[in-house]
Design a protein around this ligand. Sequence first.
Ligand code: FE2
Length: 278
Amino acid sequence: MIKEVQQTTRGTSVSGGAGVKIIRLIGTSKTPLLDPFLMLDYFGSENPNDYIAGFPEHPHRGFETMTYMLSGYMRHEDNQGNLGLLKPGGVQWMTAGKGIVHSEMPEQVSGEMRGFQLWINLPSYAKMSSPSYQDYESEAVPVEKLSDGSQIKVIVGRTNNGTSGPVTNQFVHPLFMDVNLSAGHLWIQTVNPLDNSFIYIIDGSIYIGEQQKEVIQGDLAILTQADTISLQAGSKASRFIVASALPIKEPIARHGPFVMNTQDELIQAFEDFRKGHF
Ligand code: FE2
């Protein structure tokens, strides 16, 4: 079965961190949740005023965050001793687990900064696990090159041709790829039929599914559940990110940087953070 477009959105402008201009695509009133994806933010600006304030020290508990940079430089530092400089094409996957305190600050004062942050929920049994951190520079992320010039950069998951990404995750078995297709290229990717999946168009346009629904730059398309993503680039070369993962199907109690299963666990998270237990 082929996935079709279930819903599209162009997101909502919000301010994140200490005042970073963001387009929130998942985690808004229009698209509150795509289990296990709790939030998807896109940031993209050439104006330093839009990003320079960054994301100073703040906590997380109960989920994972992935930051993927298209352009620009961002420094990550956390209280578990991890230090990383995110460069264009680089990825940082952080499993907050029982608690992490980190900052994500721009390492530039001018020029373009563009990228994504995705929040992925953890199942209840893993919410209080030890925090961990995976950091890969662009060169460490495999790119599958096809004969017509199309390229698939695989951050996590495996393409139908067998190219695998470096990030490991055993919780929701995610797939996250940055796909560049030549004009008219037909691309097929198999996923778990129970996965929830989305596509965000960075450049150009694509036609999704048997219904050939056209989505264009800036559109987020949420797909129906089926085992095959089938899409075709439009009349120009087109670039998009695609993500897919198994839903967790558990109750969610969330507030700000904490995502738990119950209200009591949420209160506990605030208390533990206040007492310096992270
Ligand atoms: Fe954060």
